[in-house]
Design a protein around this ligand. Structure first.
Ligand SMILES: Nc1nc2c(ncn2[C@@H]2O[C@H](COP(=O)(O)OP(=O)(O)OP(=O)(O)O)[C@@H](O)[C@H]2O)c(=O)[nH]1
Ligand SMILES: [Mg+2]
Length: 254
């Protein structure tokens, strides 16, 4: 069993990708279990083999006085009590891969303790990686591109797993962004130029943006960013190839 943990901001396409990537991988003859890790999901675009909603309920925490966001955080924290059962279920299915569809509340995985703790307990002893979705809507402005890369690095810092960063819903982007910007996101000179040409940000923020970009690229954090659309099977091929490459490289991180 190898774990692919899908993480991204609200509405970035995690659940849709979980379903489509699983189907795509199965078409190559590998077995995949879809794990819904979002206790607040109302409907899902796929049929999960394993579902945290069978164990924890967000409304239970709302009944205790928490608001919807706080209740979701508490619900995810409480999954720790069910990790043994979840692992039992998954090992009885014994798939080649488990794809984990997480909630869009990024603080769970970018800042808080509970998200990494529960995921570590879930994947302990198995190979695991993160696929981080950068929503294509963030490609509107240099400042949101840099902020998204910074968020991607927060997730990597907290989850401590090998991570592939992708741009989701790439069919919504114009060709220029796909061809000229996304392939060059790991190039510090390109990022510096993009920041320099940004007309929306004042000078002091440009300095900050340039330094963040330089730090992420010189640290080698950004790597190859893959544009992915669930409507384009070739992009799912490219993502699956990258996943296999990262997971076969193995043990460097854990
Ligand atoms: N055009 C296009 N739309 C997509 C793609 N992937 C997902 N979507 C749409 O984006 C919307 C959000 O998708 P979800 O999969 O629910 O996103 P999510 O990240 O799971 O959302 P939360 O769980 O609420 O955080 C849906 O309307 C999807 O149909 C894609 O590759 N291209
Ligand atoms: Mg979802």
């Amino acid at each position: 069993v190898k774990f692919i943990v899908i993480v991204g901001t609200a509405g970035s396409g995690k659940s849709t990708l979980t379903g489509e990537l699983a189907d795509h991988m199965e078409s190559f003859g590998v077995s995949v279990a879809r794990l819904n890790f979002d206790p607040a999901a109302e409907t899902l675009p796929y049929e999960p083999e394993v579902d945290v909603r069978d164990y924890v309920s967000v409304t239970e925490f709302m009944d205790k006085g928490l608001g919807p966001n706080g209740a979701l955080i508490a619900a995810v924290d409480s999954i720790i009590n069910n990790v043994f059962d979840l692992r039992e279920k998954l090992t009885s299915i014994n798939p080649d891969y488990v794809i984990v569809d997480t909630p869009g509340q990024m603080e769970l995985f970018a800042y808080r303790h509970g998200g990494p703790l529960v995921l570590d307990a879930l994947t302990h002893g198995y190979e695991a990686m993160t696929v981080f979705l950068i929503d294509s809507v963030f490609f509107e402005k240099p400042s949101s591109i840099i902020a998204s890369l910074a968020l991607a690095s927060s997730v990597a810092l907290r989850l401590r797993k090998p991570q592939v960063n992708i741009v989701s819903k790439s069919d919504l982007l114009i060709a220029d962004i796909i061809e000229e910007i996304i392939p060059r996101l790991s190039d510090p000179l390109f990022l510096a130029q993009m920041v320099e040409e940004d007309r929306d940000s004042p000078g002091d923020l440009k300095v900050l943006m340039r330094l963040i970009a330089e730090a992420l690229s010189t640290a080698g954090f950004i790597g190859e960013v893959i544009p992915v659309s669930v409507n384009d099977p070739r992009s799912l091929d490219a993502l699956y190839a990258k996943i296999q490459q990262v997971l076969s490289r193995g043990e460097d991180y854990n």
